[in-house]
Unconditional design. Structure first.
Length: 246
C-alpha cells in the first residue's frame, strides 16, 4: 500500500478586522493563501478596529465609526451607534478626494457601501470592505475565512495557535510589532513556521496635500493611483523595475 501523503500546509494570516486599513494590511492579505478575520478577539478602544486616517488639506485626520461597546465584548459583538455616520463619512471622503485622479473610478463602488447599504455590525462592515477591496479593486486571490469557523480553546497565543492548526497552517504571517510579545517556541512546537512581514521600502506615489504620508487608509492609495495601486503595495518587490508605472 502506498503511503498517504500529508495534506499541504498553507500560508495563513490571522488578524482582527479594521476599518479601511492601510496598505500594509492588504500586503499581508496578498502574501497569504488563507486570511482569517480574528473577530472573536476582544474589542480594543482607541485602536484601528473602528477608525483610520485619511489625508486632508490640513494634514492626516481620523475617520471614526461610532460604536456602542460593553466591557469584554468581542469585535464581532460590537454594534454601530449612529445611523448617520455613513453619510457623514462619504461626505468627508468626497470633499477630501474629489480632486484625486481616480476618485471618479471608485465613486460608485463606495457610494454603494456608504449610501446604498445599512450597517449595524462593525465586524460585518469591516469584513465587507476588506474582502471587496481585496478582490475587486486590488485583484487579490486570497481565500477569506472567519475565526468562528475554527473553534479553539485557550487564551491569546494558545488560542491563536489552535486556530492556525485547525486551518492547516504551515506558515503564519505576522506583523512586525508581534515580535515584542510572540512566543516562537509555541508555533514551532505545533509545526508552524513564523514569517514576520516587513513594511519597509514602500514607494511613494503622487499624493494631494504634501508632505507625503504612508500611514493612511488604503482609500488614499486607490484614489491617487487607481489600477496601479498593487504596484505600490507588493508589485515593486516582484518586478525588475524599480520605477512606478507610467
Amino acid at each position: 500500500m502506498p503511503e498517504r501523503s500529508e495534506p499541504r500546509r498553507r500560508t495563513v494570516a490571522v488578524i482582527q478586522s479594521s476599518y479601511l486599513p492601510w496598505k500594509g494590511y492588504f500586503d499581508i492579505i496578498h502574501d497569504a493563501e488563507l486570511f482569517i478575520f480574528y473577530d472573536d478577539a476582544q474589542y480594543t478602544k482607541n485602536d484601528w478596529r473602528n477608525r483610520n486616517r485619511i489625508k486632508t488639506a490640513e494634514g492626516p485626520a481620523w475617520l471614526t465609526v461610532p460604536v456602542r461597546v460593553h466591557l469584554g465584548q468581542t469585535i464581532r459583538e460590537v454594534q454601530l451607534a449612529d445611523p448617520q455616520w455613513a453619510s457623514r463619512h462619504w461626505k468627508t471622503l468626497s470633499q477630501c478626494y474629489a480632486r484625486a485622479p481616480h476618485f471618479g473610478r471608485y465613486r460608485e463602488f463606495f457610494e454603494s457601501v456608504y449610501l446604498g447599504s445599512r450597517w449595524d455590525s462593525l465586524s460585518r462592515l469591516n469584513q465587507h470592505l476588506i474582502t471587496r477591496i481585496s478582490r475587486e479593486l486590488l485583484g487579490i486571490a486570497t481565500e477569506f475565512a472567519d475565526s468562528c469557523e475554527y473553534p479553539a480553546a485557550g487564551r491569546r497565543l494558545e488560542r491563536l495557535v489552535e486556530v492556525l492548526r485547525s486551518a492547516g497552517a504551515g506558515v503564519y504571517i505576522s506583523g512586525p510589532s508581534a515580535r515584542a510579545y510572540i512566543a516562537p517556541e509555541r508555533f514551532h512546537a505545533a509545526g508552524i513556521e513564523l514569517a514576520y512581514k516587513s513594511y519597509d521600502g514602500y514607494p511613494v506615489y503622487p499624493q494631494l496635500h504634501p508632505p507625503f504620508e504612508h500611514n493612511v487608509s488604503i482609500l488614499d492609495l486607490l484614489f491617487h493611483a487607481g489600477p496601479d495601486a498593487p504596484y505600490y503595495i507588493w508589485g515593486w518587490r516582484e518586478s525588475d523595475r524599480r520605477a512606478p508605472p507610467s
